[in-house]
Design a protein around this ligand. Structure first.
Ligand SMILES: [Mn+2]
Length: 428
């Protein structure tokens, strides 16, 4: 059952923070739609992150209207009670239960959304709502906005301006509160322990799929709802596919397996990557590159303090990985030219960091504007994931290195002092 086990004051306090400078505006957020897998079977349901962030409410077919400073300020639209449906699909709060349990001012059945929301929006100057995510709810929202206009016709108003709620809420989600930090610490700890549990099961002949299953078991046995994204269990050359998802090959002696997998714990994601030699020991050349990559990661982590520009992390990584490629004689020529022409992208084609939170690639703008970077701040959580991938068909690489893919990824909390490595338990 989707009973709240968290203190609802967490969500109330969060709404107060978000609403503080938004008087005159409303935020409308819709629950995620359910996704059909086949016929009457659905994919596992997971609430929309912004909806969860503001309400803590986990049911589909719901919507939330938030009008900072007005009465009622918080209005939740939910599915009506339905004994027959509840026999099949499980408990629903219904409007009464939702009002009792979720610290909102008013609740209504979702069927009344257009009419009720139109009345609520009549009194605001603009609406924050994320369009183009759910076409079915977009239509309900359009209907609502037309009703608002119809109701206010004599006032000569047009359609209410709609602004995107995603970047607005992203600015808040970017800085984790105390509750969120606790959740993220636990999420990373769970995933780190599960990564460690896998080590003794890595051996020639084992399937990537077996490791995937073991990891899932180990995080769920520790309280995670599941993986925070489909994990990458990539042995040998599969590791050079950045988002490898087949996870169905057998591990072979001499190869390295790259495991990029995280847990979702009370909605919060961890995202950890580790690489292990299938036979228990790297070759000396693999070890050399692994150690260099680890050095790059350490260097980047040491920069993760308040004030450092987010873009600097990537620059430093590129510089260091170009040096690695030159030392390994994979690239030739001048460092500047390699960087300028982007030649390093053959071995390192991605970013070194992203925000982490309710989503694995979390909300929050990485730049203040097109030309202005974003300084890191206390309370941000970011990954650090330098990687080095040698294509299997690379004519510039010696035979023994072809098809080697390495990435080392940890989750970092920015503090006023040293960065806290949330995933530090995971053995490297
Ligand atoms: Mn990542």
């Amino acid at each position: 059952m989707r009973k709240p086990h968290l203190d609802m004051n967490i969500f109330k306090a969060r709404r107060q923070k978000v609403g503080k400078d938004l008087v005159g505006s409303a935020i409308v957020v819709a629950a995620n739609p359910e996704a059909v897998r086949n016929f009457d079977v659905h994919h596992p349901y997971r609430q929309d992150s912004n909806f969860y962030y503001l309400t803590g409410f986990e049911e589909p077919e719901s919507a939330f209207v938030f009008r900072p400073g007005m009465h009622p300020e918080t209005v939740l639209f939910v599915r009506a009670k339905n004994p027959e449906r509840e026999t099949w699909d499980g408990f629903r709060y219904g409007p009464e239960g939702a009002k009792e349990n979720f610290l909102v001012d008013q609740t209504y059945p979702i069927e009344e959304f257009e009419q009720r929301a139109a009345e609520l929006l009549l009194e605001v100057d603009q609406v924050y709502y994320s369009q183009y995510r759910d076409p079915a709810f977009d239509r309900r929202m359009q209907e609502t906005l037309l009703l608002v206009q119809a109701k206010a016709r004599r006032a000569g108003r047009g359609i209410l301006p709609v602004l995107d709620a995603y970047p607005l809420l992203g600015e808040f989600r970017l800085i984790k509160d105390e509750h969120e930090v606790a959740m993220m610490r636990r999420s990373a700890e769970i995933a780190a322990e599960a990564h460690n549990e896998l080590i003794e099961h890595i051996a020639p002949g084992v399937s990537e799929r077996t490791l995937f299953g073991r990891f899932t078991y180990d995080i769920m046995a520790r309280g995670a709802s599941g993986q925070s994204y489909q994990g990458i269990f990539a042995s040998g050359p599969n590791a050079t596919t950045l988002h490898y998802v087949f996870n169905d090959q057998e591990l072979r002696a001499g190869e390295v397996i790259l495991i990029d997998a995280g847990a979702e714990y009370n909605y919060y994601a961890s995202d950890i990557t580790r690489c292990h030699p299938v036979s228990g020991k790297f070759t000396s050349r693999q070890q050399e590159i692994y150690d260099q990559l680890l050095g790059v990661q350490k260097k980047v982590i040491s920069l993760m303090k308040p004030g450092t520009d987010f873009r600097k992390l990537q620059q430093v990584t590129i510089d260091a990985l170009v040096d690695l490629a030159l030392e390994q004689r994979l690239l030739k020529g001048s460092r500047d030219e390699i960087i300028e022409k982007g030649l390093y992208q053959k071995y390192y084609p991605h970013g070194v960091s992203h925000f982490l939170g309710l989503d694995v690639h979390d909300a929050g703008k990485v730049d203040r504007s097109k030309d202005q970077g974003r300084p890191l701040e206390e309370g941000m959580v970011l990954t650090v994931e330098p990687g080095f991938y040698i294509p299997q068909q690379d004519p510039d690489a010696p035979e023994e290195l072809r098809g080697l893919g390495l990435r080392i990824e940890d989750d970092i909390l920015i503090t006023s002092e040293e960065p806290e490595v949330l995933s530090q338990l995971a053995k490297k």
